[in-house]
Design a binder for this molecule. Structure first.
Ligand SMILES: Cc1cc2nc3c(=O)[nH]c(=O)nc-3n(C[C@H](O)[C@H](O)[C@H](O)COP(=O)(O)O)c2cc1C
Length: 194
């Protein structure tokens, strides 16, 4: 699959089943995704792979403190895909590369990974929700105080029966300006010699 096809045909997939990539295949694809732009080559991210009954354990931790009627649903949400890959953001504080740039680097890796999974025939969806805020999940997964969960990728083989609409690309021309078309101000003209 060429890059443009991968980019325009990837969609978030909700219905995912076995097989999911093995730990080795996940790592192989991550190696590719890790080539994403990364100011300072800091790799401010790591992944924790959660499978089988471990997903149930994670779901139960996420449900701690929730009203009883919501707990079962929270646990169930963790079981939607055979592989839940939690994305841990590991920023370096007080670095010349500001935290927002490190976050951008971590996000770029996640997107690259989604594209590579898609090109291999796997489906994925980035999910956030309670995983990003749950102190209990933070402790269960052994995060340091400086680390943050950016959610997880649900990964598996997409269900062929799931209706997948193509993503309307829409008009992007309105999102692009040329310098020459910008409203002129005195400052914009400063420095012109002719
Ligand atoms: C940072 C981030 C967080 C997301 N969190 C969720 C989520 O919690 N639940 C969900 O259903 N989708 C989530 N998504 C997926 C988006 O809803 C999805 O990408 C969007 O609807 C566009 O659809 P597409 O990926 O099929 O093009 C998230 C996406 C991103 C980038």
């Amino acid at each position: 699959m060429d890059v443009l096809t991968a980019v325009v045909t990837r969609r978030s997939r909700h219905a995912l089943h076995e097989p999911a990539p093995s730990d080795a295949e996940f790592t192989e694809l991550l190696k590719g995704a890790a080539a994403a732009p990364d100011h300072g080559k800091m790799r401010p991210w790591r992944w924790i792979l959660v499978r089988g009954h471990e997903r149930d354990t994670l779901g139960r931790h996420l449900a701690i403190g929730e009203p009883p009627e919501e707990q079962a649903r929270t646990v169930q949400r963790m079981l939607r895909a055979p592989l839940v890959a939690a994305l841990v953001f590991c920023p370096t504080e007080n670095h010349k590369v500001p935290e927002w740039e490190q976050l951008a680097a971590a996000s770029s890796v996640a997107y690259g990974l989604m594209l590579l999974l898609h090109s291999r025939g796997y489906g994925s969806i980035w999910r956030t929700g309670r995983l990003c805020t749950s102190r209990s999940a933070h402790e269960l997964l052994g995060l340091t105080p400086a680390e943050r969960l950016l959610g997880s990728l649900d990964i598996g083989t997409p269900d062929d029966l799931e209706p997948v609409n193509s993503r309307p690309v829409g008009n992007v021309t309105e999102r692009v300006a040329t310098f020459a078309s910008l409203p002129r101000t005195g400052r914009a003209d400063a420095g012109r010699t002719s």
